[in-house]
Design a protein around this ligand. Structure first.
Ligand SMILES: [Zn+2]
Length: 151
C-alpha cells in the first residue's frame, strides 16, 4: 500500500511526502517538520528528531512507542528511536529526499522515451541513472542515499 502523506513545514514554504512502512505509524507521529529555511536555530533533540541535509523531522515518541507495540518485529531492545523510525522506513521521506518522488518521476519519463526506441539501451541507461543519482544525492549529504546499498 502506498498512501501519499504530504506534510507542510513549520514556515509553510516547503513540503515533503512521507512513506510509512506497512502503515504501522499514524501520520500524527510527525510532530513537526522543518525545511532548511525554518530549521535554522531550532534546538535539535536527538531523542525525537532526525536531521537530514537541513531538514528536520520531529517525531512524537509517545505515539511512536504506542504504535510500534507488538507490531514492529525488528524493534530494538532499547525501544523505538528517531533513527529507527527514519532508517527502517517506518516514517521517512518518500524517495531519497523531500521532493524525490516528483523529481524522479520526471527524470524517469525522459528515460521512458528511450525505452520505446531501444529496450536494451534503456535498461543499461536506467541502471546507470539509478546509480548516478544515488551517488550524487549521497554526495549532497542525504541520509537515505548514503545508507543505500548499491549492489
Ligand atoms: Zn519551512
Amino acid at each position: 500500500m502506498c498512501v501519499d502523506h504530504k506534510i507542510i513545514c513549520r514556515c509553510g514554504r516547503a513540503a515533503a511526502s512521507f512513506n510509512l512502512r506497512d502503515e504501522i505509524m499514524p501520520v500524527e507521529v510527525i510532530r513537526g517538520l522543518y525545511c532548511p529555511g525554518c530549521s535554522v536555530g531550532i534546538a535539535l533533540d536527538p531523542g525525537s528528531m532526525i536531521a537530514d541535509n537541513g531538514w528536520v523531522i520531529d517525531y512524537d515518541m509517545d505515539i511512536a512507542g504506542f504504535a510500534s507495540l507488538n507490531r514492529v518485529a525488528n524493534l530494538p531492545a532499547s525501544g523505538v528511536t528517531a533513527e529507527f523510525l527514519f532508517d527502517e522506513g517506518y516514517c521517512t521521506w518518500k524517495g531519497l529526499y523531500p521532493g524525490d518522488a516528483e523529481d524522479s518521476a520526471r527524470e524517469k519519463a525522459e528515460l521512458l522515451e528511450l525505452s520505446r526506441q531501444d529496450r536494451l539501451k534503456y535498461i543499461r541507461e536506467f541502471r546507470r541513472w539509478t546509480l548516478d543519482r544515488i551517488a550524487r544525492l549521497a554526495g549532497m549529504g542525504w541520509r537515505k542515499a548514503q545508507a543505500a546499498d548499491l549492489d
